[in-house]
Ligand binder design. Structure first.
Ligand code: ISL
Ligand code: CA
Length: 538
């Protein structure tokens, strides 16, 4: 029988296809390369892969600008290469999730070409078009995340079009039911091909206010002072009208109805919202009739991963996501790799991996995270990301987390490519290659495997309930329970030791392979630097 709940508590491995494995020496990773490396991915013990976009694209945003949703970009291969990938993954017991960028298309998409041709063609209303103000300026004050106004002038229609991201990423008009239908056909196309689910890019940006009202300024006390002033204008606006509109819930219900026609399809939505990320996650995942899970940016930001931070975030989750399902990530292709962002020692990386595998929710890990890769230093001359090129040097963009995966340390390109990689392989990464870690029992890679295996061996961790997360000194503590299994988890998130009382009742120590502490002679748990204690009731 199919397990239609497989996604609940699953561990999902994110693959950034340009940088995973190049199979033909052009310096760019591709689908055949991914297929070659799937046995490695399966060896981690994960349940699924999520592949960042590989669809036809002019690659201005490296695939997040799609010009044909139903084909593979020649750079990455062909549809039949995808079929082979899918089949190979399934034989290895891996589910495959693909990344749908429905909020906007590329300006090279035929839909946009048609839409911009005139004001009265059949697709005239497929994008968000608006007249200028009488003085010729954009219709409102909305800003693009990648800099400048969110409006681009089009000389032919003599109107502006909306783009929340690059000017080459026009936003689709979700208020138009034909647009929704066309996108749901895309969803069906891939489900019919056999994919197991989707990661939905910028799920909270699908709809913009029909009346195009101005966004108010963000109240000063809500502003993030760590963001450099020049990158700031966007972050000083409160985006209440340009995204997350109430109509989205109705579209997500339509989307879910399509998924439910298939036996075990799932979806995880990406919610980018600095103020209300968790609330939106709660709204979109409650009720089993919208998306299954969402992830927002709580642990993808600069906030240090302290016991305070974890317990605050989890308390908020208990308030606003209790009827939904979260998905957690510490790294992805948009943010500084967490080893560097949080300046972690190897011991700290191990403790955080252990904690992550004990959390209620599903988990995304990003290629290279299991190797402990630090953010790569990419010189301005080598920069590819338009976001980084725009805001250098205050913000260096996203290339430092997108450099190629390192498989071997025996050659310059780390086994990624025989050609010149599209982004240079980081020399600092070579000693951390997969091959180097496979032969070193103390390496982080083995810890990730053990932590994932520990999760899989305990149903309470995969889908169980949890008690509120408590902060005890520098540690967090909580229990997970499912049927008659109850697990107590304590993790010290500091280099200072920390003492935690034993929970009431009879417990025995588990997780020794993860460095778990047991009770000391005084009956208390003495946690060393970054040490967990894992106990099973009974
Ligand atoms: O809106 C945000 C924060 O308030 C952003 O974090 C936003 O959610 C994020 O940049 C969206 O990223 C995704 O869509 C982009 C693409 O460039 C990214 O790679 C992708 O992950 C546009 O498609
Ligand atoms: Ca290639």
């Amino acid at each position: 029988a199919v397990d239609k709940d497989w996604w609940r508590g699953a561990v999902i491995y994110q693959i950034y296809p340009r940088s995973f494995q190049d199979s033909n020496g052009d310096g760019i990773g591709d689908l055949k390369g991914i297929t070659q490396r799937l046995p490695y991915v399966a060896s981690l013990g994960v349940d699924a892969i999520w592949i960042s976009p590989f669809f036809t694209s002019p690659m201005e945003d490296f695939g997040y600008d799609v010009s044909d949703y139903c084909d593979v970009d020649p750079m990455f291969g062909t549809l039949s290469d995808f079929d082979v990938l899918l089949d190979t993954a399934h034989k290895l017991g891996l589910k495959v999730m693909i990344d749908l960028v429905l909020s906007h298309t590329s300006d090279k998409h035929p839909w946009f070409a048609e839409s911009r041709a005139s004001r009265d063609n059949p697709k005239a209303d497929w994008y968000v078009w608006a007249d200028p103000k009488p003085d010729g300026t954009p219709p409102n004050n909305w800003l693009s995340i990648f800099g400048g106004p969110a409006w681009q002038w089009d000389g032919r229609r003599e109107q502006y079009y909306l783009h929340n991201f690059l000017t080459s990423q026009p936003d689709l008009n979700f208020h138009n039911p034909d647009v929704q239908d066309a996108l749901l056909d895309v969803v069906r196309f891939w489900l019919d091909r056999g994919v197991d689910g989707f990661r939905l890019d910028t799920i909270n940006f699908y709809f913009a206010d029909k009346q195009l009202r101005d966004n108010p300024p963000l109240p000063v006390e809500m502003r993030d002072s760590s963001i450099a002033p020049r990158v700031n204008p966007y972050n000083h606006q409160h985006h209440i009208h340009s995204k997350n509109q109430p109509e989205n819930l109705e579209f997500l219900r339509r989307f879910r109805a399509v998924l439910d026609e298939y036996p075990a399809a799932t979806a995880v939505g990406e919610v980018g919202d600095a103020q209300r990320g968790l609330e939106i996650m709660g709204e979109y995942t409650a009720g089993d009739d919208k998306v299954h899970m969402c992830y927002s940016f709580e642990f993808l930001s600069g906030h240090a991963p302290t016991a305070d931070r974890f317990s605050e975030v989890m308390a908020r989750v208990d308030e606003v996501v209790s009827e939904g399902w979260a998905c957690w990530a510490f790294s992805n292709h948009d943010v500084i790799r967490h080893a560097s962002r949080w300046d972690l020692t190897p011991a700290a990386q191990r403790a955080l991996a252990t904690l992550m595998m004990c959390l209620r929710g599903s988990i995304c890990i990003y290629q290279g995270e299991e190797l402990g890769l630090p953010e790569a230093d990419v010189a301005f001359e080598d920069l590819q990301d338009p976001y980084g090129i725009e805001f250098w040097p205050e913000f260096k963009g996203r290339d430092g987390c997108r450099t190629p995966m390192v498989w071997e340390n025996s050659n310059q390109n780390g086994g990624f490519s025989e050609g010149r990689p599209w982004l240079p392989v980081s020399h600092a990464h070579l000693p951390l290659s997969v091959a180097a870690q496979e032969s070193n029992p103390a390496a982080l890679l083995h810890h990730y495997r053990r932590a994932i295996a520990f999760r899989k061996a305990h149903p309470s961790l995969v889908k169980g309930a949890h008690s509120p997360m408590k902060r005890v000194g520098t540690a967090v503590t909580f229990t997970r329970s499912h049927d008659d299994e109850t697990l107590f988890c304590a993790v010290n998130l500091s280099v200072d030791p920390c003492i935690v009382d034993m929970p009431e009742g009879v417990w025995h120590q588990v997780g020794q392979e993860l460095g778990s502490a047991g009770p000391g002679p005084d009956g208390k748990l003495h946690l060393g630097p970054w040490q967990p204690a894992l106990l099973l009731r009974g």
